[in-house]
Design a protein around this ligand. Sequence first.
Ligand code: OGA
Ligand code: MN
Length: 296
Amino acid sequence: MPFQVNQLHPIFAAEMFGCDILKPVTDETRNAVEDAMAKYAVLVIRDQAAASDEDQVRFAKAFGPLELPPDLGMSERTRPTRVHPKLYDVSNLDENGNLDKPDTLRRKFAKGNELFHTDSSFNDLPTKWSMLLAHVVTPTGGNTEFVDTRAAYDALSPSMKEQVEPLSVIHSLTYSRERGGLTGTTVFDRAFPPVTQPLVRTSASGRKALYIGAHAATVVGMDEAAGRTLLDKLISDASRPEYIYSHKWLPGDLVIWDNRCTMHRATEYAYMEDRRDLRRATINEFGEDRVGARPI
Ligand code: OGA
Ligand code: MN
């Protein structure tokens, strides 16, 4: 089947037409998606409104094992079931499909997503892609913004490239949630112990990329404040307005991003008024389907 691919931003990001995730994933489809992802790092597959959670899970698994949402100690009986257990529920809806209340933990987590981040860099397994499918979108606001950290790496001066290349960074969920305004989260350190990640990675295209974002807490071997200043500068330089692709959601958009060479953030919308129902499959590079965090 011929796929049509159009670039959406001068630096990266593309949309693809002609891909139907309800169909079995052929080698041709897999190669077309892998190639487009290696080139553009963010890929919007249009017109997937007919896809069920099962279709999304099956399509995602064609590209790698899934990172499963943590059940946070909930039993089978009390775990929410609105969304397939292998998908992350990125909505403002409760178990019964009603709008969420202010001040729930979910709301506070959603606020944390408004900082540029890369999904699950606080997990020990390398996260490959996220695939977010829009079922219900908001009339205004609620865009998701992306930046390409290969371009951010390319834009560094030669001496800065030399400085960052050998560095390692501690990524921590506790750190990013506190920065996002959530207090008293040191409990996360037990469920999601901080992990060490390289600051520079080679992406699928062969281009080097910065591995940064809100979970990046401290630089190994550097004074804490100096490491923080370096990370803040890398993140703010990477997210200058002209570098941002802002995705305005249409129902049925399946947006795939490479977590190893992009950052993204949620933007505000009328959380208490407008329904928004997006669901995310998250793919690891290797291994089996597995809960991201290690058990408490
Ligand atoms: C995510 C995420 C942003 C949004 O699903 O990982 O960060 O706009 N979503 O909901
Ligand atoms: Mn995210």
